[in-house]
Write a protein that binds this ligand. Sequence first.
Ligand SMILES: [Zn+2]
Length: 269
Amino acid sequence: MTDTLSFSDSHCHLDFDTFSADLPHLLKQCQQANIHHIVIPSIGPKNWHKTLTLAKNYSSEALTLHPCLGIHPWFLNDLNADSLTILEHLVKTHHHDIVAIGEAGIDGVIAQTQNNLAQQVQVFEQQLTLAKSYHLPIIVHHRKSHQHIVAMLRQKQLTQGGIIHAFSGSYQQACQYIDLGFKLGISGTITYPRAEKTIKAVKRLPLASLVLETDAPSMPLYGFQGQDNSPLQLIKVFQALVSIRNESSSELAHALESNINAVLAFTKT
Ligand SMILES: [Zn+2]
């Protein structure tokens, strides 16, 4: 091998209890797999501090952990009247430490079962405003909600863009996000033969729009259903992408690294 490829996981919930038993060992394995950056989105008040502390304590020169601050649409019941004020205060204090607002967004399935679309829209809107005020990108959760999200992003006109986490959808839907300055998070979804529409879209999309992610411990890859996902699976997501795309492994890996740097600015300091 003449060229060592380098990888970044743009979405991994490393602070979750699943990983706490043996985090140093897992991070060592990530380094050995040439994963040098991991982005840790937060989900709400209960893990804001944990995410910030974990990123600070476990980052090394070989593997940097990048925290984000935000409110995931699944956890709106954890909020109280002060939560957004606290979030804003934390973002203000830590805006040099974090790489993005997130994860934030709209989940159409939850909106239906919990009848809370209006609240989801409101909390997402507030986080878009926060991203705009602090010139931060935003990491967006979507599920059966492209229409709402695209409309809100169009209205907000963020200058920093962000990442559409675990993109699934059509080529046309992907292009709407790209036009708004967003990258698309390519996850284990593309390892599932049934994800035909997403695979077809990912095949055709501009190389500059793609970033890799695992969403670990969620979203196990095809063949690993029922198990906790791991950031180490990033390499398998990459291999699946290589098999879908026309570029060489090396060209693809270099582009993915430069794409994530373009949006999350790992090298800003
Ligand atoms: Zn997530």
